[in-house]
Design a protein around this ligand. Structure first.
Ligand code: PLP
Length: 399
């Protein structure tokens, strides 16, 4: 065993917005022996997880499961739908949207990046009317797809996906709607079918409470039809062979068997509880954490309460304070990991994850670590965020 004595005693607080802590129940499920991925036992497991994951995406249509990280889900969607040189519209809501844009450019696609100037959308999410306006101008229907991020993990801002679909309908444009819900899935309400999404991208290590290593593409019938016309080079990511083998619960290449045990367990946990309860649990935690930040007198990165993320909160530091130094201090002194500022907001804010396998006391401890760490770094605080969060959690029992 590698012994670096990082965590001398007690539990590490993994409070980044993914990977999120993995529940013991899931760790135990993963510890089963790896089985023959062409045998009958695997077929039953494959059919179960392929059915369960549809319920999590709230879709009746196929979901493709890859061994891969979320980035693979981005690439898979684009190579299965596009032709070389196609134009896609990207909406810059934050660092992850920007990375997806870079990936599309590396694939040789043309991209058009929409957004308000000066990174304003990093604080308020997507303005669907900008998408409507751009699509209305595209009278020859050159734009193949609109790519948006549902829960921007770099900012703690969500976007209204149904509003995007409605904007596309008003423009009467046939572009496909591609949505990254890699950090939203299993934590924030997400409705693939009802919102008219063509491809939804998911990952294992955030709301699903699994280790990293699974990427998902949830498909619409339109996306499946469009993929038959796509001429982008692809092999590993190709949906066709995957979809035909998945019908009997199997995969073209070796699937990550033990992670699929974990996925099966995670779906059981989420579906036993019921998705509505899972979503309200996250909203309640997010409320408590935001009250704490407000009591500190610090700005929240998201400026529009209508699109606050239920998954994470971005805490903006006063001018002259390096948010990364604060984050580092909290990690070293209190063994609590927080998310770093990414891209435009690097050094300006840190991120508190409140997703998956957490509870009130874990979040109180996390807020205490933040409060002590900021005190150590000389950050002026208006009051105690811990007190506010305790009062909120005590007065608002969960369902
Ligand atoms: C985590 C994340 C990704 C990237 O996933 P990887 O697993 O790191 O490849 C993409 N988009 C969003 C919104 C994410 O939160």
């Amino acid at each position: 065993m590698l012994k670096l004595n990082f965590h001398p005693s007690g539990r590490h607080y993994l409070q980044i917005p993914g990977p999120s802590p993995v529940p013991d129940r899931i760790l135990r499920a993963m510890a089963q022996p790896t089985i023959d991925h062409r045998g009958p036992e695997f077929g039953a497991l494959g059919l179960k997880v392929l059915a369960d994951i549809r319920k999590i995406f709230q879709t009746q249509h196929p979901v493709v499961i890859y061994p891969g990280s979320g980035t693979g889900a981005w690439e898979a969607a684009l190579v299965n739908l596009c032709n070389p040189g196609d134009t896609v519209v990207m909406y810059e809501t934050g660092h992850f949207a920007a990375l997806w844009n870079q990936l599309a450019l590396k694939l040789g696609l043309k991209t058009e990046v929409l957004g308000l100037p000066g990174g304003q959308n990093w604080r308020c999410g997507i303005q669907a009317d900008l998408i409507e306006k751009r699509l209305s101008q595209d009278t020859h229907h050159q734009i193949k797809a609109v790519c948006v991020v549902h829960n921007e993990t770099s900012t703690g801002v969500t976007s209204n996906i149904l509003a995007v679909r409605r904007a596309m309908e008003r423009a009467q444009h046939p572009a496909l709607l591609l949505v990254d819900t890699i950090s939203g899935l299993g934590a924030a309400d997400y409705r693939h079918d009802e919102w008219g999404v063509d491809v939804s991208m998911g990952g294992s290590q955030k709301g699903l409470m699994l280790p990293p290593g699974i990427a998902f593409n949830a498909l619409s019938p339109r996306a499946i039809a469009a993929s038959a016309q796509s001429r982008m080079p692809k092999s590993y990511w190709a949906w066709d062979e995957m979809l035909s083998m998945n019908k009997s619960g199997y995969f073209p290449t070796t699937p990550n068997t033990n992670l699929l045990y974990a996925l099966s367990e995670a779906c059981d946990m989420l579906l036993e509880q019921g998705l509505p309860l899972v979503f309200t649990r996250h909203q309640r935690w997010a409320n408590g954490v935001r009250l704490a930040v407000q009591a500190w007198g610090l700005p929240i990165q998201c400026q529009d309460p209508a699109v606050y993320s239920p998954i994470l909160t971005g805490v903006v530091m006063p001018d002259g304070v390096d948010a990364d130094q604060v984050r580092q201090r909290i990690l070293e002194r209190f063994d609590c990991s927080l998310g770093t500022g990414l891209g435009l907001v690097k050094g300006r804010m840190f991120r508190i994850g409140h997703l998956g396998d957490t509870n009130d006391l874990t979040l109180i401890a996390t807020l205490a670590a933040c409060e002590m760490g900021m005190r150590l770094c000389g950050v002026p605080l208006a009051g105690s965020g811990v007190q506010s969060a305790m009062a909120f959690f005590a007065d608002h029992p969960g369902a």
